[in-house]
Design a binder for this molecule. Structure first.
Ligand code: SAM
Length: 300
């Protein structure tokens, strides 16, 4: 039976253990059971899927994942919650609990996460898929999603609860204030849609901002068409670093020491730009093509 995580349940469990939810770990627990079910349902899990959950908390989402998927790897940073959730989860033999920080550093996942995911994938066979399904701690949501998309294998799907503002940035379109490196990095490889916007009231304790459930589906052909993912990721970040500067100027800064100004001008011209455009006006496709021109220019 999936756990019934409500405000009174959490209040009692925390009080009995002498604990308080920690803001620094983004401990806002989802107390609307329908929304916990919606997250699990939106992932459309199969019995041969391997699910990574970041932030076990009290295990309320974990139990739902364990019931639908072949294997769950769940990670929790907080010592007390790791202990408490162990009691909840011991009846699920397909759940592997890791007790560590999900990130080794800003740009790197903790290696044991993907080691456990790979182990699950090889055990569950050729058709096994990898997904991230989680009510994410907000302070690590961006590096986590970005790093997973740079990894091998990337998740086939991600269904995550994040700040609405971050969901807006991921799905943003060219020219809007939210459009930036994160939008391009995700949309260049995936299709992303907001499943539900959620009021702070559905969490205990309540956060200050709205949240959203976002579903991100990998598009393997799109990802495969990017010649060098690492170069693409770095270039996209550099091109958006000074949002208001013109394309010629941001490209010169981004490739200082690697391309002369004349080479930048020539590459932009070949790609069809005068240099007086702004990165934020370019579509995802245009940025993919421009990055490929720049890659060829620096590797010449
Ligand atoms: N999954 C639970 C739920 O839905 O109620 C808890 C979600 S809560 C938003 C986020 C959880 O992530 C907390 O339990 C917190 O302690 C944990 N956490 C925060 N930072 C973490 C990190 N860097 N690595 C692993 N877990 C982390």
């Amino acid at each position: 039976m999936a756990q019934r995580q409500t405000a009174s349940y959490l209040n009692e469990r925390f009080a009995a253990a002498g604990l308080r939810p920690l803001t620094r770990f983004g401990q806002n627990f989802l107390i609307d059971l329908n929304l916990l079910d919606l997250i699990a349902r939106s992932a459309e899990m199969r019995p041969d899927d391997v699910i990574l959950e970041v932030g076990t908390g009290m295990g309320s989402l974990t139990t739902r994942l364990a019931e639908a998927a072949g294997a769950v790897v769940t990670v929790e940073i907080d010592d007390n919650l790791a202990d408490l959730s162990q009691d909840e989860l011991q009846q699920y033999p397909n759940v592997k609990q890791l007790h560590c920080d999900a990130l080794k550093n800003k740009h790197t996942l903790a290696p044991e996460l993907m080691d456990s995911v790979r182990e699950g994938l090889s055990r569950l066979g050729e058709k096994a898929r990898f997904m991230l399904v989680a009510n994410l701690p907000y302070n690590i949501a961006t590096p986590l999603i970005s790093n997973l998309l740079a990894g091998d294998p990337p998740p086939d799907r991600m269904v995550v609860t994040i700040q609405k503002e971050m969901a807006d940035r991921i799905i943003a379109t060219p020219g809007s204030k939210d459009y930036g490196a994160l939008s391009v990095w995700v949309q260049a490889q995936c299709r992303a849609e907001v499943v539900r916007v959620m009021s702070p009231k559905v969490f205990w304790p309540q956060p200050k901002v709205e949240s959203a459930i976002l579903r991100i589906d990998l598009q393997p052909q799109r990802r495969g068409a990017i010649a060098d993912l690492k170069f693409f990721h770095q270039t996209v970040r550099a091109l958006f670093f000074h949002r208001r500067k013109l394309l010629r100027s941001v490209t010169c800064s981004a490739f200082k020491g690697r391309l002369s100004k004349a080479e930048v001008d020539q590459t932009l011209e070949q790609a069809g730009y005068s240099g007086s455009e702004r990165t934020e006006q370019l579509t995802v496709e245009q940025i993919i093509t421009l990055t490929e021109h720049l890659r060829q220019a620096v590797t010449k």
